[in-house]
Design a protein around this ligand. Structure first.
Ligand code: 5RP
Length: 229
């Protein structure tokens, strides 16, 4: 197989394995959600005797961790985490991200806020000059969804309710997701601060306040490490 033949799945596996270098022995590791993180969880299973356990950002990741025999702790029962490892839908050259393609953005932001360091793992397709190409996920309280959609329309964003099996998708927190297309996010910090204070918004999927300090980017030539601090 030539380097050019590497699939996205193989690139994800590569960074999932590389992320083990950032896991601190004897500590509890923060674990994100998604197909890239699933590769990391599988690797974590191989070294589970060297860690104290994990804090998880979703029911799906919790189930995968527990199936491998890795103890999962509640955020409230642990202190600051050395590291949080998670994927992204987009990441820019300053470590700002769009997340929530897997609908786990709120818990992801909570666990990220509890960690000293955010290590993002992604294939190279996720690196962008400016956030906004990927439809922006926003977790909302259902009764506020249409008003929030109108607020996005006023800034040229087209919001649609995310569906699953023909019905509104319900998150691990019992809420809904709006996916917003057409936004240009020039100032991620200001954008996140503004949208997060709209009534009914649980979490906006821009991660600027909880940006990554490191990104391990899977490329056909190997893992490229981007450092943002
Ligand atoms: C889940 C997320 C994921 O990190 C993001 O969607 C990337 O997923 P994948 O690794 O499957 O591409 O934010 O809410």
């Amino acid at each position: 197989m030539t380097q050019a033949d590497m699939t996205q799945d193989q690139l994800k596996a590569m960074v999932g394995q590389a992320a083990l270098d950032y896991v601190v022995a004897g500590e509890i590791v923060g674990v994100g959600t998604g197909s890239t993180v699933n590769k990391f969880i599988d690797e974590l299973g191989l070294i589970k005797d060297r860690i104290a356990g994990a804090v998880s950002s979703s029911v799906a990741s919790t189930q995968r961790l527990q199936a491998l025999g890795i103890p999962v702790f509640d955020c409230n029962d642990v202190g600051e985490l050395a590291v949080y490892i998670d994927g992204a839908d987009e990441i820019d050259h300053r470590g700002h991200m769009v997340k929530g393609g897997g609908a786990a953005l709120t818990r992801e932001k909570i666990v990220a806020a509890q960690a000293r360091r955010f290590v993002c793992i992604a294939d190279e397709s996720k690196l962008v000059e400016r956030l906004g190409r990927f439809p922006l996920p926003v977790e909302v309280i259902p009764m506020a969804a249409q008003r929030i959609a109108r607020q996005f329309a006023a800034m040229q964003g087209q919001a649609t309710l995310r569906l699953k099996d023909g019905a509104p998708l319900v998150t691990d927190n019992g809420q809904h997701i709006l996916d917003v297309r057409g936004l240009l996010i020039a100032d991620p910090l200001a954008f996140e601060s503004e949208v997060n204070q709209w009534p009914g918004v649980v979490t906006v999927g821009v991660f600027a306040h909880q940006r990554a300090q490191v990104c391990l980017l899977g490329t056909p030539a190997g893992v490229r490490t981007l450092k943002f601090d």
